[in-house]
Design a protein around this ligand. Structure first.
Ligand SMILES: Cc1cc2nc3c(=O)[nH]c(=O)nc-3n(C[C@H](O)[C@H](O)[C@H](O)COP(=O)(O)OP(=O)(O)OC[C@H]3O[C@@H](n4cnc5c(N)ncnc54)[C@H](O)[C@@H]3O)c2cc1C
Length: 401
């Protein structure tokens, strides 16, 4: 039986889920707060199987056209020489590239604007015995059988249903940026283009890898080199100052490209030159717009609340060290679709499906969070990360998987 399903949040988790539930024959509508299609200025993602599974298996896309495969995990010394190199294959893509492909796949079945409702910020909802109602900031309302909340780390749905589950600051942020490889010294571009390259130093680490450019090009010479640099800031004044943008506005989760206060950008560039290997410092130096994302932990002890299910970062925001955030969100969607498929067709089937879905996804979220928290502590606090440590291999379920 076709169910009316609303998905709140039209990012990678919400879109993957919407595509899968639509393919299973349900009547799906995505409600996205942003009034325009989303854009994350191309930031890179480690591209694990669950993230590309829909595009590869259901949308028939050749993954090599939207990602870059690297063959090496390489650690550098401060002087730029190689401290460790092991052969290990990873795929990398960019948030924008994957979003565009998922949106194309979701839009292929009809009028996208009807099914992907921009400018719809969920402001209220109520679950009852046989369904759910939702209201949006623009005055519209919706009624259906199931509401899936994929509204990210700042989830209003989670804050309403699990008020004690508030984001807890990890003690550090990620400084990020991308630079066209064509703008780097060719030697540096080629050294950084076939590997994930790490530099690990006191209470910090930085990783660098190639990603598609803003138009999705994966051709060597036309890609971007992306970095993620984890740096500690004390909670309170120091963090607040970092998150106060150049117009004086205090941000909460991130300061976007172009908005960082200039004294922080100058400090980051100077620190890169003073402390990072020359190849990596050159990437930071050449990046036009540095930006910052704060690292938080979020966990819940329940993901199902009547006819409301919370998933992705809305439920568990794990630290990024396993490169598995979008994969976990997608896995939540795959397993929800499977649970709905496996249970009775009638109305009671939804409750059965949600009961079937929740325990495994709670366990997945908890495990990932525990593992990535441990990596964060080892790197940013204990300084016990030695080059080549297998615990630091990316993976959703465990290192390498
Ligand atoms: C530094 C860093 C590096 C990372 N690296 C990786 C990586 O390498 N690989 C990887 O897989 N993941 C990575 N991640 C994690 C990844 O970005 C997240 O896990 C992923 O984006 C979560 O997807 P989501 O769909 O659950 O939520 P989000 O992407 O946060 O999307 C939530 C959506 O909900 C919308 N929304 C919010 N509130 C409302 C509302 N009230 N009504 C309607 N819409 C609403 C938002 O506008 C947004 O579009 C990284 C994260 C960080 C911070």
């Amino acid at each position: 039986m076709t169910k009316r399903i609303g998905v709140v949040g039209g990012s990678l988790g919400g879109l993957t889920t919407a595509c899968l539930l639509r393919d299973a024959g349900h009547d799906v509508t995505v409600f996205e707060r942003s009034s325009r299609e989303l854009e994350q200025r191309g930031a890179g993602i480690g591209f694990l199987r669950a993230t590309y599974r829909y595009l590869a298996e259901q949308a028939g896309l050749d993954v090599s056209t939207i990602s870059i495969e690297t063959d090496n995990i390489r650690y550098l010394n401060r002087d730029g020489s190689t401290a460790h190199n092991s052969q290990h294959s990873y795929l990398f893509s960019s948030w924008n590239t994957v979003y565009r492909k998922l949106l194309d796949a979701y839009g292929s079945s009809g009028d996208l604007s009807e099914r992907y409702r921009l400018g719809h910020e969920l402001v209220d909802f109520a679950s009852h015995a046989s369904g759910v109602t939702a209201s949006f900031g623009n005055g519209e309302t919706w009624e259906g059988d199931l509401l899936v909340a994929a509204d990210g780390i700042g989830s209003m749905v989670r804050s309403r249903l699990q008020p004690k589950a508030v984001p807890s600051y990890a003690g550090y942020v990620a400084w990020r940026g991308m630079v066209p490889e064509s703008q780097l010294d060719p030697d540096i571009a080629s050294q950084l283009g076939d590997a994930i390259t790490y530099y690990v130093y006191a209470n910090s680490h930085i990783l660098v890898y190639p990603i598609p450019d803003n138009e999705g090009s994966v051709a060597v010479g036309g890609r971007l080199i992306n970095f993620v640099w984890y740096r500690n800031y004390l909670e309170g004044g120091e963090l607040t100052d970092l998150l106060t943008d150049q117009t004086g506005v205090e941000r909460e989760l991130s300061v976007p490209p172009g908005a960082m206060a200039s004294h922080h950008v100058a400090e980051a560039r100077a620190t890169a030159a003073a402390r990072l290997p020359p190849q990596i410092a050159a990437v930071v130096e050449a990046t036009k717009e540095l930006f910052v994302q704060v690292i938080y932990d979020i966990d819940v002890d329940q993901m199902v609340f009547g006819r409301v299910a919370i998933m992705g970062d809305a439920a568990f925001a794990a630290r990024p060290h396993a490169a598995a955030g979008t994969a976990k969100a997608a896995d939540d969607g795959w397993s929800l679709a499977a649970a709905l498929d496996a249970t009775a067709d009638g109305d009671a089937g939804i409750d059965e499906a949600l009961a079937l879905w929740e325990p495994a996804q709670l366990a997945l979220g908890r495990d990932l969070q525990e593992r990535t928290r441990r990596i964060g502590v080892r790197s940013q606090v204990e300084n016990s990360w030695t080059p080549g440590d297998p615990e630091f291999i990316f993976g959703l379920h465990k290192p390498g998987d």
